[in-house]
Design a protein around this ligand. Structure first.
Ligand code: SF4
Length: 169
């Protein structure tokens, strides 16, 4: 995760480390996940800015993108591996999003920026079986209209959101 004024000077060092170790590196834009990280839009280093830094040193060739993939992938023109960027702020991909997350509180969240989730723990403790759960999840997914990243700019920064520590990445 690259944050302006904090670690953007480490981009190339990380790339070189990954290339020498044969690892695939993914950069992700700094996001307003949860309500506690003090996110500010001007601290976002965009995916394009990251790619510009990398490609000045190591020319890149873009790979075809799978519709549900979160990362845009680029291979190094010299054949020594690949790097990816997740442009969740500057180029949101909500229309292709297929992610659901089960929180440690037993709620199913259909968006990283959800305010509330489906209470599967309560259903289980109320005696729901596999078929009941399948129907609950299916109905929840069909009602889903999440597109937070596409409408981020029009939402208030004071909106409460689930913290990443509840639902993972
Ligand atoms: S903001 Fe929500 S709907 Fe959009 S890509 Fe992220 S998790 Fe998916």
């Amino acid at each position: 995760m690259v944050r302006r004024g904090v670690n953007e000077g480490s981009i190339l060092g990380l790339v070189d480390l990954a290339r020498s170790a044969g690892l695939i590196l993914r950069f992700i834009e700094y996001m307003d996940v949860g309500s506690s990280n003090g996110w500010r839009r001007d601290e976002v280093v965009t995916a394009q800015e990251i790619l510009d830094v990398v490609s000045r040193e190591h020319p890149l060739v873009e790979e075809a993108r799978q519709p549900s993939a979160v990362a845009r992938r680029y291979r190094f023109a010299d054949g020594r591996g690949e790097v990816g960027v997740i442009a969740s702020v500057s180029r949101p991909f909500c229309g292709d999003c297929t992610r659901a997350r089960l929180g440690s509180d037993g709620h199913l969240y259909t968006c990283l920026f959800a305010i509330s989730g489906l209470d599967l723990r309560g259903a289980l403790r109320g005696g729901a079986g596999d078929d009941d759960l399948r129907q609950l999840v299916s109905a929840c997914w069909q009602r889903r209209a999440d597109r937070y990243s596409e409408v981020r700019a029009s939402l208030t920064s004071s909106l409460r959101r689930i913290e990443m520590s509840y639902i993972g990445g």
